[in-house]
Design a protein around this ligand. Structure first.
Ligand SMILES: [Zn+2]
Length: 255
């Protein structure tokens, strides 16, 4: 029997202490596809190093709202790179004291990256936390852009609105945490053709590894948990999240 192959749709391999070993452990755990996410200009070369020459590892280029600097023009330098398959992560995070000036910077950066995604016909990876209204309103401004709301922690109402705009929803290890009933509710209800799973490593290790450094090898725990929630088999979740990944990120398929 061919072993199941898992996709980690969102990880930060360059922030792990032992990146090459973590990649080897991921492959040993049948995680053969990983998307390494760009969040800042300063360390972006590390993201490309993770993807370059590593089959099955892809990269996105973007500026995280926590690093918002306005309009991140630097990302244009990297768009031609053959391992880049998406823009982001971008979005809005008002969870920590976001004063008006901070919100404006985040909004400027978010809109700019949506413009680039539109112009380049690339999917976007969205980070959204405590900013439901503003996030949805920016998504509405760019009806031809699609992408994923990663590490989703809001409620079904927001998920439904994002799904209606064509977005995918990615479930992280948070779904296994005790207090995450809203995430479990969303994980049960997302249509099979819009569901992704991720680690967001090195953060947010799923139960039974909660508290440890997270790594892509752990994505199978989240897959199993989501399978149980949805009354599907692990194989079904592995296959559908893989199909969804390659549909959303078509550039990852061809090289
Ligand atoms: Zn992330």
């Amino acid at each position: 029997m061919v072993p199941l192959q898992f996709v980690d749709s969102h990880c930060h391999l360059n922030y792990l202490d032992d990146t090459p070993e973590a990649i080897a452990r991921a492959r040993a755990a049948n995680v053969d596809t990983m998307l390494c996410i760009g969040v800042e200009a300063d360390r972006f070369s590390e993201v490309l190093e993770c993807a370059d020459g590593n089959s099955g590892i892809w990269a996105s280029v973007g500026e995280h709202p926590g690093n918002a600097s306005g309009r991140p023009k630097w990302l244009h330098d990297h768009l031609p790179h053959p391992r880049i398959v998406a823009i982001g992560e971008t979005g809005l995070d008002y969870f920590y004291d976001a004063d008006d000036a901070t919100r404006k910077l985040q909004l400027d950066g978010f809109r700019y990256q949506m413009e680039v995604a539109h112009a380049e016909n690339l999917p976007v990876i969205i980070h959204t936390r405590a900013a439901v209204e503003d996030t949805l309103s920016v998504l509405h401004e760019f009806p031809r852009v699609t992408g994923v709301l990663h590490c989703f922690t809001e409620n079904w109402d927001m998920a439904e609105k994002a799904l209606a705009l064509g977005y995918y929803i990615s479930i992280s290890g948070i779904v296994t945490f005790k207090n995450a009933e809203n995430v479990r509710d969303v994980a049960r209800r997302v249509p099979s053709e819009r569901l992704l799973i991720e680690t967001d490593a090195p953060w947010l290790a799923p139960v039974p590894n909660r508290g440890k450094t997270n790594e892509p090898a752990f994505v199978a725990h989240t897959a199993q948990y989501v399978a149980d929630l949805r009354g599907q088999t692990l194989a079904e979740i592995a296959v559908l999240t893989r199909d969804n990944f390659f549909r959303l990120f078509p550039r990852a398929d061809s090289k």
